[in-house]
Design a protein around this ligand. Sequence first.
Ligand SMILES: [Mg+2]
Length: 295
Amino acid sequence: MREKKRTILVVDDTETNIDILLNLLGDDYDVTVALSGENALEIADTESLDLILLDIMMPKMDGYEVCKILKANEKTKDIPVIFITAKTDEDSIERAYEVGGIDYVTKPFKPRELTARVKTQLNLKFLIEHLEFIASYDEMTGIYNRRKFFELAEKRFEFNADDLYVAMIDIDKFKLINDMYGHPTGDAVIRKVTQTISEHLESELIFGRLGGEEFAIVCNSQSLDEITKKLELIRVAVSSFELRSDNNESIKCTISAGYAKAKSETKNLDALLKEADVALYEAKGSGRNRVIFRS
Ligand SMILES: [Mg+2]
């Protein structure tokens, strides 16, 4: 399913152990090594890792300590950690799970068991990533779905509401397009509108499909003028494209947009969205194919 090899960080203060693990895993995975806990933390913080094999007994910082720090860091907390240990007493094993380890293998290594455990954890991680993707993105358009949009937008509101804008965008008379040309063509229109909007947005903007033919954008900006120009550009770009129906009829569409800026009295994201929605309603009511700011 993936062309890129999965990356594993092997952490052990004994070089012979590192050599064994490199031998066992080096052909199938992209393996990086660290000889100390400190070094492991540096690597985990800078590189993208799929799994960490972590020795427990190391001088200065032991594996438990390393794992605790990994699990407390937003960037590294989801990397599965398998402990490698010569300790087989129950206390040590219990502790390995307590600090956030997901599994453990004992030294001396049993090669087939080790590779099976590694494979199992990588498969699980892949499955989790896949489920997160499905739960976050709209299947038809590939942009954020409603749930993920609200999650990110609420975070953004809490982080910095000072110069935060919300725009609501709706395809005009979309029901007519569906009724006249059928749903597959309606879907094609939604995809084309999404693509057109995306082409005008920077990556730090939050852009999602709220449902049906309705989209929303959340962004911070110093300039109302800049936002207005951008939404106008999007509006014109959408009104300029043309799709062909199955019978080769020309299909054109327009969008209406309403946008609003958070004020000191704006209580939460919902309140801001409501403001933008009122502006959108106004855009629809005053003839559509227009962009209206709610001040
Ligand atoms: Mg050791």
